[in-house]
Design a protein around this ligand. Structure first.
Ligand code: SAH
Length: 213
């Protein structure tokens, strides 16, 4: 695995595209500039890694489009030391971006082979993300509460268990819907009070229930 000046040049171009699409956070853009996305794709897609597209990563899953990663990460307003729960580790790319920004990242994946592959790669890159094989609907109670949560699969509903494991004042960024999802930024104001802001339509692979395999 090599990260060449050509790869770095392609990343700079990708960042220019993200800026043109409205991403403003320098911290988010810097993280995307520094993480070699081509490491997270199969070698047959390596030459396409810096296009602003989603790609297959095996097990019928996809690595999210860079714009989507940047958009969700910007909404999370990451501060160093934030304890974050990600649902849907997939390739590990989104977790890598969060980790690079100084967050303490916990990530759950329901496909064991994807989880293991992502964990190995993150270790190689010296990014300390804690991964778990399991059902994201249940969250990670042993590590709760979390400052922030990011769901990277399309959720039919906002899972109760996740809301419970979010700190008061915490933020959850979650795409909600069946075929098309609305990106929602949910702020937990109090145990029984939330504020929801909608941010347009996205398409994710579905968040599946009770089927960890
Ligand atoms: N964040 C990933 C995107 C992966 S796509 C990346 O950067 O590459 C979404 C992932 O969510 C898939 O890998 C899928 O297997 C996983 N997923 C779907 N339902 C889930 C659930 N209930 N619990 C945990 N992971 C789930």
């Amino acid at each position: 695995m090599k990260d060449t000046t050509k790869h770095k040049g392609l990343r700079n171009k990708l960042v220019d595209i993200l800026i043109a699409q409205g991403i403003e956070s320098k911290k988010v853009l810097d993280a995307i500039r520094s993480i070699p996305r081509h490491f997270f794709l199969d070698s047959s897609f390596e030459h396409l890694a810096y296009q602003n597209n989603a790609f297959p990563i095996g097990n019928d899953q996809t690595i999210s489009q860079p714009f989507t990663v940047a958009f969700q990460t910007e909404l999370l307003n990451i501060q160093p030391g934030d304890k974050i729960l990600e649902i849907g580790t997939g390739s590990g790319y989104q977790a890598a971006v969060l980790c690079k920004m100084g967050a303490e990242v916990f990530s759950i994946e329901r496909h064991a082979p994807l989880m293991r592959k992502a964990q190995l790669l993150l270790q190689k890159l010296n990014l300390r993300v804690k991964t778990k094989f399991g059902d994201g609907y249940k969250g990670w109670p042993e590590q709760a509460p979390f400052d922030k949560m990011i769901v990277t699969c399309g959720a039919p509903i906002v899972p109760d268990e996740l809301m419970k494991q979010l700190k008061i004042g915490g933020i959850m960024v979650i795409p909600v819907g069946e075929d098309v999802q609305t990106m929602k930024c949910i702020i937990k104001k109090d145990e029984d009070k939330i504020e929801i802001i909608d941010f347009g339509d996205f398409r994710f692979v579905p968040m599946l229930k009770n089927k960890a395999k």
